[in-house]
Design a protein around this ligand. Sequence first.
Ligand SMILES: *Cc1c(COP(=O)(O)O)cnc(C)c1O
Length: 224
Amino acid sequence: MTESVADRLETVRAGVADAAAQASRDPAGITTVVITKFHPVSLVRELHALGVRDFGENRHQDAQAKAAELADLDLTWHFVGQLQSKKARQAAAYARVIHSLDRDSVVDALASDERTIDAFVQLNLTTDAARGGVPDDALEELVARVVATNGVRLLGVMAVAPLGEEPRAAFARLRAASDRVRAIDPAAVFISAGMSGDYREAILEGATHLRIGSTITGNRPTRG
Ligand SMILES: *Cc1c(COP(=O)(O)O)cnc(C)c1O
C-alpha cells in the first residue's frame, strides 16, 4: 500500500505537534506552508480539502499560473524562491508573504502606498555568495531598508539549512540573527525555517513558519 497525501499530511502534523511539545511551544504558533512546486493544481485542491490553506511556490511563472487557476479557493500564497526585482511587483499581486527578500532592489520594487505585503529577509547561512540570502554582515542594513519601505511589513528572518552542517546548529545561528533583527524591529518575531528533512530541528530553534514540500506532496513529478 502506498501512503496517501492525507496520511503524509497527518504524519507531518503529528511530527510538528511532537516537536512543539518537546520545545514546550504551542503548535498553534507554528504555520506549515506546503510547498507544491512542480505539482499540479489538483494536488493543491486535495490539500485544501484536507484543511491546508498556506501554500508555497518558488518560481514566479508557476506560482502566478496556479494562483490564477485556484482563485476560487481561499488560499494564502507564499513565495519562497529567488525573486528578481522585475518580477517582485507581479509576485505581490498573488502572494501574501514573500520569504526571500535578499537584495535592496527587490525591497525597492515592492514599495507601495496601496497595499502591504508581508515579508521575511532571507539570510545566507553559508559562505557561498551564490546561495540565496543576504550575507550575515549585511543583514542589519537590509532590515533597516525594509523597515523604511512603505508597503512591506517585516515578519522576520528566513533561511535554508546548509548541506554539511547539523541543521539544529544552523537554525541556532538563524535564531541569533532573529534576535538581532528584533533589536531593530520588535514586531519582526517570526522565523521561516525547516523543510521536509529538518522541520523538527527548526521547531526546536523557534521556527514559526515551516516550508514543507516532498514529505507531504510525495516525489516531484518529472517535467516532460
Ligand atoms: C522546495 C523548497 C522547500 C521544501 O523542500 P522539501 O525538502 O521538499 O520539503 C522549502 N523551501 C524552499 C525555499 C524550497 O525551494
